[in-house]
Design a protein around this ligand. Structure first.
Ligand code: NAD
Length: 261
């Protein structure tokens, strides 16, 4: 079955992995709601490029996903434009690196709200449309940190482990409705999120930039290569396909062997 004419809502898709999902789905003729922050002109350029690639419609929501009422407004926007959502990709996320006793309260709260709670809200709002259509795909960008921990990332590891548990639960609840729910768990992918945590890690571990890249980021990734955004998006495309209809409640690692160790 082709994905043409279906609608995908991808959170945090103005950048990095989320934008790669959007490009891959556009290539299949999928209507898109892209979401996230960034420069308005750059986002509009991406939106137009997605429409051109898909021959379908792409709309933009700048809603802040740390706020449940804004998530409701984003879903209302999707419902108005497309009548609902078939593919939900919970991808928006952020990171903060600090020892637990110094972890800023506002950063803890931001990470739990954005990386974990927003997926609950988007899911509860999207599922009724999927149930109506007897088809749906819920995909989380989790992380190797949904399976294992690293020091100084208490909020992120907590949120991603929570997301993995949430996904298994909804997979069971939705199994008889033609709706699958899965996590994709990348290791280190070269995106602005990874680049942004280098200065904090340099400070927390008293290291140079090169030491952080080689001795922290790629230390646990046996391939010694960053994962690419295209490799992550390719897994999502497979999960949307018919042969993947019996893959649900899974947590698929794309981490260069990190979690095999
Ligand atoms: P990124 O920083 O490039 O993208 C994050 C996206 O989230 C952006 O579009 C940003 O505008 C959006 N965003 C941030 N705050 C938001 C808010 N309050 N409301 C709405 N949108 C918001 O990062 P990325 O590396 O592409 O990360 C995407 C996802 O992948 C995250 O969930 C991250 O935890 C996960 N991940 C990344 C890596 C990696 O190495 N890059 C590894 C594993 C998992």
């Amino acid at each position: 079955m082709s994905l043409k004419g279906k609608t995908a809502l991808i959170t945090g898709s103005t950048s990095g992995i989320g934008l790669a999902y959007a490009k891959s789905l556009a290539a299949e003729g999928v209507n898109l709601l892209i979401n996230g922050f960034g420069d308005a002109d750059a986002i509009e350029k991406e939106r137009l490029a997605l429409e051109q690639a898909s021959g379908a419609k792409a709309i933009y929501s700048g809603h802040d996903l740390t706020k449940p009422e804004e998530i409701e407004a984003m879903m209302a926007q999707a419902a108005e434009a497309f009548g609902g959502v078939d593919i939900l990709i919970n991808n928006a996320g952020t990171q903060h690196v600090a020892p637990v006793e110094e972890f800023p309260l506002d950063k803890w709260s931001l990470i739990i709200k954005l990386n974990l709670e927003s997926a609950f809200h988007t899911t509860r709002l999207a599922v009724p449309y999927m149930k109506q259509r007897k088809w749906g795909r819920i995909i989380q960008t989790a992380s190797a940190h949904s399976l294992v921990a690293s020091p100084f990332k208490s909020a992120y590891v907590t949120a991603k482990h929570g997301l993995a548990g949430f996904t298994k639960t909804i997979a069971l609840e939705l199994a008889t409705f033609g709706i699958t729910a899965n996590c994709i768990s990348p290791g280190y992918v070269w995106t602005p999120l990874v680049e942004g945590q280098i200065p904090d890690t340099m400070k927390a571990r008293n290291m140079t930039r090169e030491q952080v890249i080689n001795d922290v980021l790629l230390a646990g990734q046996p391939t010694k290569e960053f994962v690419t955004v295209e490799q992550v998006a390719a897994i999502a495309m497979f999960l949307c396909s018919d042969p993947a209809s019996n893959i649900t409640g899974a947590n698929i690692s794309v981490d260069g062997g990190w979690t095999a160790a």
